[in-house]
Structures are given as structure tokens and as C-alpha cells.
Write a protein that binds this ligand. Structure first.
Ligand code: CTP
Length: 214
């Protein structure tokens, strides 16, 4: 039987990024990668060719998914560009907004007291893809919010020029947890889904994506 997403190529980013401070230390965030991996798996189960660009996580690769492991935001951006062209991209990764300006040798405790870290901004991979001549025909961003979830997501959709924003309310135990409460913000408005397991969010989203690409 022909599956809903047969013949499509979809890119998914997932997980955190790690930004080195020096060769033994890094800046990170609490993203577990579970939601992004579940989405990659659901898309593959529906017949898509899936390229999953994953930050450092310990999750198994879902069946049928081509996985590229990266560590930093700059590496993630390069892997995303290398995966193009794609029909759709689902940018679930919690990309670090900043990296340490120069991460040279191991920083030693010394008489100078605690070091000062100079941060520089990382590339915004999603906004870059939105502005690119190779922009996928369906571009989906995630937004992790702890308050004014829908307002912030609506603003972000317009600002980043993406088709859909999946707004995540991360004020509870979402990061690392197995359930998620999301709102789908599109040009047509906002749809709030009940709290459900991340696998169920993934399946429902994969069905939406199939309908949009059909
Ligand atoms: N994103 C990205 N590259 C970055 C930062 C974010 O691709 N350097 C993507 C994420 O994968 C996600 C969306 O952009 O799809 C999140 O946008 P962002 O503006 O970073 O939202 P928040 O993390 O919610 O940040 P803020 O609270 O600063 O609005």
C-alpha cells in the first residue's frame, strides 16, 4: 500500500546543541530530543525519506531514519544545508542562541579569579532556511515558551517567516518528560491540542504534514 508521505524527503532537527567553553566543558540546555526523534520516526513510518540532524542525545535512531549527529549550532547548520533540498523541514532542535567566542585550551583555576566568558550569537538555522532560495515548501518551527505561549508563537511565526509554529508550553516537566502540550500556529489561526504523549503529538503532526504536502 502506498503510504501518505511516500516520495517526500523531510528534514528534522532535534535535541540540544553543546557549545564548547574549552576542550572539557560546554554550554548546554535541557532538551532531551524525544519530541524530535518521535516526529522523525512518525514521518518515516508514513513513508517519508527522513534526514534527522541530531544534537548530542542518547536516544536510539528510529527505524528507517537517516541520522546525522552534530554537536554545535554551527555544525547543525552545515548538516541542514547539506541535506537540502527537502519538501518539508521540522526544526525541533533547541539550538543554543550563543556560543563561547573562543574555546582554546582548558581554562585553569588561577589567581585571576573566575573567568569571564564572552558569548557570540549563533546562526539562526530556521530563519536562515526561511530566507534561503532552497526554502522547503513547508517549514515548521518549534517555540519553547513558559508564558504568553500563543502570543509569542504567533509573533515568532511572522518574524521567522515560517509556515507553522508548534508552540510548546515548557513551564511544566516537558523537557525530558514523555508528554507534551502543543498549539499549532498557522496562517489560518491557532489549534490547541490536548496534552498527550510525545509519540501521539508526532503521529498527529505527521498526518498534518502529509495533508499539507498532498
Ligand atoms: N532555531 C534555530 N536556530 C537557532 C535558534 C532557534 O533553528 N539558532 C529554531 C529552533 O529549532 C526552533 C525555533 O527556531 O524551531 C525556536 O526559535 P527561537 O527564536 O530560538 O525560540 P525560542 O527558543 O523559543 O527563543 P526565545 O525565547 O528567545 O524567543
Amino acid at each position: 500500500m502506498r503510504k501518505m508521505l511516500s516520495g517526500t524527503h523531510i528534514l528534522v532537527t532535534a535535541g540540544p546543541t553543546h557549545e564548547p567553553i574549552d576542550p572539557v566543558r560546554y554550554l548546554a540546555n535541557r532538551s532531551s530530543g524525544k519530541q524530535g526523534f518521535a516526529i522523525a520516526g512518525a514521518l518515516a513510518a508514513h513513508g517519508a525519506r527522513v534526514t534527522l540532524v541530531a544534537g548530542p542525545v542518547t536516544l536510539p535512531t528510529p527505524p528507517g531514519v537517516e541520522r546525522i549527529d552534530v554537536e554545535t549550532a554551527v555544525q547543525m547548520q552545515a548538516a541542514v544545508e547539506a541535506a537540502l533540498p527537502v519538501d518539508a523541514a521540522v526544526m525541533v532542535a533547541a539550538v543554543a542562541d550563543w556560543r563561547v567566542e573562543s574555546a582554546g585550551q582548558k581554562i585553569k583555576k588561577g589567581a585571576g579569579g573566575p573567568p569571564t566568558l564572552r558569548l557570540v550569537e549563533n546562526p539562526d538555522i530556521l530563519a536562515g532556511l526561511a530566507a534561503s532560495p532552497r526554502r522547503p515548501r513547508l517549514l515548521i518551527g518549534f517555540a519553547a515558551e513558559t508564558e504568553h505561549v500563543i502570543d509569542h508563537a504567533t509573533t515568532k511565526r511572522a518574524r521567522k517567516n515560517v509556515d507553522w509554529i508548534v508552540a510548546n508550553d515548557v513551564s511544566g516537566d516537558v523537557m525530558g518528560g514523555t508528554a507534551n502540550t502543543v498549539h499549532i500556529v498557522t496562517a489560518d489561526g491557532v489549534e490547541s491540542w490536548e496534552r498527550m504523549p510525545k509519540d501521539a503529538v508526532a503521529t498527529k503532526l505527521a498526518e498534518r504534514i502529509a495533508a499539507a504536502l498532498a
